[in-house]
Ligand binder design. Structure first.
Ligand SMILES: O=C(O)CCC(=O)Nc1cc2ccccc2cn1
Ligand SMILES: [Mn+2]
Length: 245
């Protein structure tokens, strides 16, 4: 049944946020993955792309660090994306900030519209900064992983793709999601102005296959109030010297 995910919704401008939120709720509830095409429209999408290109040219991107031994060469074989974190208030990020608030209001409204004010039983009350990522081509990739394997509070991964004329056969860079409990995979091309949502936990292991052209994306992770609070509480407790010492 998974491969019947309508893999692209064209959001013609007449689509109200209401319509879009319904699609997000339905797909997230049914598949745990939701793809929306033409999310901002060409003009706005290009403005976001230009801001990202400008940031990349300014050299503020750094190699995506691994939590485990980042110094080793192994780090290179696991992921080779270049990233920078922004909150959208920086200079020359006006259109990225607009994208972020557009995603915020869809996620927050969908969360409210979902039955008993929850989507997937989450109460979404915050998010990370935006992570702007670039895979600089020449085989750069990200091995299969889970974004939130240990309940750090992140429940939805939201990725906005910026790649004009991206042809997976020529450029690679496919995002392959391996939804838990089925041997079906969801192959998502990182095409321009495409918005992707998926549950961040173990339900959605995913990989970025080797990219042979420069591949840009902006990612936001949304927090579930309860799981985040729990994670921060555990963090504080672990951080305290245990009373037994
Ligand atoms: O660009 C895509 O299609 C997805 C790439 C991707 O999975 N990126 C990513 C990036 C991450 C950076 C830090 C910590 C966890 C992370 C998990 N995933
Ligand atoms: Mn990921």
């Amino acid at each position: 049944p998974f491969n019947h995910v309508p893999n692209s919704y064209y959001m013609d401008p007449s689509d109200s946020c209401y319509e879009i939120c319904h699609r997000v709720i339905r797909d997230m509830t049914q598949y745990g993955v939701c793809v929306l095409n033409n999310f901002l429209g060409k003009e706005q999408g290009l403005m976001v792309l230009n801001e990202v290109l400008e940031m990349y040219r300014s050299g503020i991107f750094t190699a995506g660090q691994l939590v485990s031994n980042p110094a080793s060469t192994e780090a290179q074989t696991i992921r080779s994306d270049l990233i920078t974190w922004i909150d959208g208030k920086e200079t020359n990020c006006h259109y990225i900030r607009q994208l972020i608030s557009q995603v915020d209001n869809i996620i927050l409204r969908a969360n409210k519209m979902a039955n008993n004010g929850k989507m997937g039983d989450y109460v979404i009350n915050g998010r990370t900064k935006a992570m702007v990522a670039c895979y600089p081509g020449s085989g750069s990739h990200y091995v299969k992983h889970v974004d939130n394997p240990n309940k750090d509070g992140r429940c939805i991964t939201a990725i906005y793709y910026l790649n004009l004329d991206w042809d997976v056969k020529r450029c690679g860079g496919l995002l392959r999601v391996f939804p838990e409990g089925t041997n079906q995979v969801a192959d998502i091309a990182p095409i321009f102005d495409r918005m992707l949502f998926f549950w961040s936990d173990r339900r959605n292991p995913h990989e970025v296959q080797p990219a042979y052209s420069t591949r840009y994306a902006i990612t936001l992770w949304y927090f579930d109030a309860h799981e985040r609070e729990e994670a921060l509480r555990n963090f504080k407790e672990r951080g305290q010297p245990s009373s037994s010492k």
